[in-house]
Design a protein around this ligand. Structure first.
Ligand code: 4NP
Length: 166
């Protein structure tokens, strides 16, 4: 089976994108489709390399049944643009960074996470860093809704990729 490779990207890789990674992985697991996907997350910034997710990100996720304890922040690398079929940015600023950093010839489809998932506008996942617990909980709830929609869409993509029309 050809797996579908999905990378979620935010600024620090300690709040939004690790949450999206954990939520997407769990929802795929619940549908019995975990092995269809290779999922990862990264940041466009380098301030938090090697750090675990933000403590309020971990807490909000834990309360909803997601385990982020194994995740460590990393920065987007040039090879990500070849390895991943999809790179999903959490906001316009990160989308711009990704498009600037992408090698001229790249494989990945680069898109706004909420737009590609078919969510209503606004298509930015707000940055909760520096805010209170409620902001982290709102971000988690938004990411949960979006991951359900994204999974529907990527399941179709995945199935088409198994038997592409030549
Ligand atoms: P994230 O949130 O991009 O969702 O991980 C942030 C984390 C750290 C910073 C900004 C946003 N920072 O400026 O260090």
């Amino acid at each position: 089976m050809k797996q579908t490779h999905v990378l979620f990207v935010c600024l620090g890789n300690i709040c939004r994108s690790p949450t999206a990674q954990a939520v997407f992985e769990k929802k795929a697991l619940e549908r019995g489709l975990r092995d269809w996907f290779v999922v990862d997350s990264a940041g466009t910034g380098d301030w938090h390399l090697g750090e675990p997710p933000h403590e309020r990100t971990v807490l909000a996720a834990q309360r909803a049944g997601y385990d982020l304890s194994c995740l460590r922040a990393r920065q987007v690398r040039p090879e990500d643009f070849q390895r991943f079929d999809f790179i999903f940015a959490m906001d316009e600023s990160n989308l711009g960074n990704l498009r600037r950093e992408a090698p001229r010839q790249h494989h990945s489809q680069i898109a706004l996470f909420l737009e590609y998932a078919g969510m209503p506008r606004p298509w930015e996942v707000p940055d909760p860093y520096g805010g209170g617990m409620s902001g982290f909980q709102r971000v988690l709830a938004l990411i949960e809704r979006a991951c359900e929609c994204l999974l529907d869409r990527l399941c179709e993509y995945h199935q088409q990729e198994q038997n592409p029309v030549s």
